[in-house]
Design a protein around this ligand. Structure first.
Ligand code: ACM
Length: 681
């Protein structure tokens, strides 16, 4: 792979200065950034005098011709200039998706070992083309870092129709993404027609409430298709074929996900005999002991594989509660017969068996990282979402991994200051955070080779509309596109942000409801400078049963007086988390008696992950750490709300103190308390 990347700054300089007598107007804002760019200030104009020549196999020829016919580039059969797209070996490329683009004032040539590479060269041209229909002359040699560059769209929690999915495919292709993973089945609705099991779409695809949150926190009932209370939908098999073809015509593979053994309440209500208790509305997990489960899953997967040519079929595997298996006679019998020592091994038995079936059809399975539990199936690819550990475990044992760690790749989290945003599921994860992820960082060469790809996931529990889907996807998926494509060594967020702003403007002009990156609110202002106050650097003692949680230690016992303030999320290692019965109960030693005028701390509330405001805060002072004098008792009625909010609990007045005790107690909801700094003035 050529590593002669010109850094963005150098590139701008080069573009501006290469030929001073003919000033360039080139904005070097390709996204993802190519591996090597050598642009000159001359221009090639698509001015109606350009002929098109495609030298590729029949199918690639068809795809590229059709795509170009819909593009803004104009061609004429007798054009004196030419655009030539040719499948041929390109020296120095290691990826079949790579390409070389050579543009002079007369001719543009894209060469690639594959039709996909020609398509990506074409996307580069489409990004370069200016309002006058011209592109700069020069040479771009380019190829992706990772073979799998994906986005997952959850169409179960809310259903989105095929035209909307096609619109997203168009955008993904433009940024050289090549996989769309559709989460087609989950409790909230089954979304794909399966001829053998009509109840899946006559019933399990419909529910009593349009909004997932009303349904999930309400009756959780399913409904008969066509009944007045039915909300939902599904893709017919013809819809699926149309989507698969539309994506393939943009070199995108759609990967279907069929959840098992968990997240299957809808299936087990339509076909209760597949659950351990045979009762509708009772179970989320299939009965893994029952042969009928395998018959069902294999029949479903057979139809799925007939519809989706993808080599990889996603079989879910995440978050199985396994609660009914220990008391289910069939599951217990299976465990005995197969010599399985626990329910993890029982799940692993199912995944192994399904893998064997899928492999027998010439396909491979992908599963969420829980498929590691109880032993990984021999040919499985792991999709690592609970952090990166699952992916690392997979590559360490010779398996492929697709990296989609929640802290970087879950696009259902807030992308800007929460009070400026629609309610989101996950904590603050701005574009910069997504962009900071490097899937191969710290890995040896052999392990890095097994990092098959990177993916952004959009779960849609709280995203009921198409507008909001686009808002959450763009521009963060562009960071995923660049992580998957470009050289990590050359990554520079400020430069990327400028290119992303341009891409957002392009997307918005094309009717995508992208987040307004240019007017981003930005980080919580408290985090920008350290807090300076009387307790800064002073020691903190935690009462028994009120120790901070190790996972959210924010740096340990000095965190509450280190001057470091928390940002918009409790996951930023700056908020200290408390889950023990005592809540927060700390004593700060100022070292000597001082006059104080205020004591205060911020807390946050985000009810979805059980992060709550305190119901009561008590602030007291002492000169000997034995006798404490109460300065304030602040009560607050804790009520469930949506979104993320912050509240300051403090005292102000006049007092003398050497020791300050700060106690915060949870309300009836219990759950977590998070605070970042106890500020004493
Ligand atoms: C997942 O987020 N449960 C894969």
């Amino acid at each position: 792979m050529r590593k002669t990347i010109i850094s963005a700054l150098a590139l701008l300089f080069f573009c501006a200065c290469a030929h001073v007598q003919e000033p360039a107007t080139v904005a070097c804002d390709l996204l993802p950034m190519p591996q090597s760019v050598e642009l000159q200030s001359g221009r090639f104009a698509f001015d109606g005098n350009v002929s098109l020549e495609i030298a590729a196999g029949e199918e690639d020829n068809r795809i590229l011709t059709a795509y170009l016919a819909e593009s803004p580039l104009a061609f004429s059969a007798d054009g004196k200039k030419s655009l030539k797209l040719e499948v041929a070996a390109v020296e120095g490329l290691t990826s079949p998706e790579g390409y070389r683009l050579e543009a002079t004032k007369e001719n543009v040539k894209v060469t690639s070992p594959s039709g996909a590479g020609l398509f990506y060269g074409l996307q580069t041209i489409l990004q370069l083309v200016d309002d006058n229909g011209s592109i700069p002359t020069g040479v771009i040699t380019d190829e992706p870092q990772l073979a799998y560059r994906g986005m997952m769209l959850d169409v179960s929690r809310h259903f989105f129709g095929k035209e909307f999915v096609k619109k997203q495919i168009d955008a993904l292709a433009h940024f050289k993404m090549n996989r769309l993973h559709l989460h087609l089945t989950d409790a909230a609705g089954w979304r794909i027609e399966i001829k053998k099991y009509p109840r899946l779409t006559q019933f399990a695809a419909w529910r009593s409430k349009q909004l997932w949150k009303d349904w999930w926190f309400g009756d959780r009932l399913y409904a008969e298709e066509g009944s007045p209370e039915a909300h939902g939908g599904y893709y017919t098999q013809d819809d699926i074929r149309e989507l698969v073809q539309y994506a393939a015509d943009r070199y995108i593979t759609i990967i279907p996900e069929i959840e098992m053994p968990a997240h299957s309440e809808e299936t087990l209500t339509a076909y209760p005999e597949l659950s351990c208790t045979h009762e509708p509305y009772k179970q989320a997990d299939f009965c893994v002991g029952n042969e009928k489960t395998y018959e069902f899953l294999e029949n479903v997967l057979t139809e799925v594989m007939e519809l989706f040519p993808s080599k990889y079929i996603h079989i879910g595997g995440d978050e199985a509660g396994k609660a009914s298996w220990p008391s289910c006679p069939l599951c217990q019998k299976r465990m005995k017969e197969e010599n399985l020592s626990d329910v993890n091994e029982l799940q692993s038995y199912l995944i192994h068996r399904i893998e064997k079936f899928v492999n027998s059809k010439g396909r491979q399975i992908i599963g969420w990282d829980e498929i590691l539990d109880g032993g990984l199936a021999p040919n499985a690819t792991v999709m690592s979402w609970r952090g990166t550990e699952g992916g690392l475990a997979a590559v360490n044992s010779g398996h492929k991994a697709i990296m989609t760690p929640g802290g970087y790749c879950y696009l259902d989290s807030y992308q800007d200051a929460p009070h400026t945003q629609p309610m989101a599921f996950g904590p603050y994860m701005p574009l910069q955070k997504v962009y900071s992820y490097n899937p191969t960082e710290g890995l040896g060469e052999e392990q890095a080779k097994l990092i098959y790809g990177v993916q952004g996931n959009l779960w849609v529990e709280y995203i009921p509309t198409e507008e909001l889907v686009e808002y959450m996807i763009y521009p963060r998926i562009l960071a995923i596109a660049e992580i998957g494509w470009s050289n990590p060594v050359e990554r520079d967020y400020d430069n990327f942000r400028q290119r992303a702003i341009k891409a957002v403007n392009t997307l918005r002009a094309k009717g995508y409801n992208a987040f307004d990156l240019e007017n981003e609110f930005g980080p919580r202002k408290e985090t920008l400078t350290d807090a300076d106050h009387l307790a800064k650097g002073k020691s903190v003692t935690y009462a028994p049963m009120a120790e901070f949680n190790e996972r959210y230690n924010a740096g340990g016992a000095t965190a509450l007086t280190d001057g470091v303030r928390g940002g918009w999320t409790y996951t930023d290692d700056k908020w200290q988390g408390f889950i023990r019965r005592g809540g927060v109960d700390v004593v700060i030693d100022l070292g000597e008696e001082k006059e104080i005028s205020s004591v205060a701390a911020d807390f946050m509330q985000m009810c979805i992950p059980e992060v709550w405001f305190p119901a009561e805060v008590v602030i007291s002072v002492s000169s000997d750490s034995v006798e404490f004098n109460e300065l304030a008792r602040i009560e607050h009625e804790v009520v469930r709300d949506e979104g993320l909010s912050y509240k300051n609990y403090g005292w102000s007045g006049k007092s003398n103190a050497r020791y300050i005790r700060y106690q915060a107690k949870t309300g009836p909801q219990r759950g977590w308390l998070f605070t970042d700094e106890i500020i004493v003035e």
